[in-house]
Design a protein around this ligand. Structure first.
Ligand SMILES: [Zn+2]
Length: 70
């Protein structure tokens, strides 16, 4: 069976060796792997969604007086 690059492995931030995604410290060079990046991406996606919702809400509020005055 050939080795496939699925979500079970990631590159070490220090030496670029493929290590287990769950590994917090690289077994090759001992560099601590940051777990922040994944949370940061999730946060960025959430912030983007919030911005979209907020802009839609703002547009809705801006149009509301017009809708009421009719
Ligand atoms: Zn390493």
């Amino acid at each position: 069976m050939t080795e496939t690059q699925i979500e079970t492995r990631k590159k070490c931030v220090g030496c670029r060796e493929l290590i287990d995604v769950e590994a917090s410290i690289c077994p090759h060079c001992g560099t601590r792997q940051s777990q922040v990046s994944r949370n940061l991406i999730r946060f960025a996606a959430l912030a983007g969604a919030l911005t979209t919702i907020l802009s839609l809400a703002t547009a809705g509020v801006a149009l509301l007086p017009q809708a009421l005055s009719v």
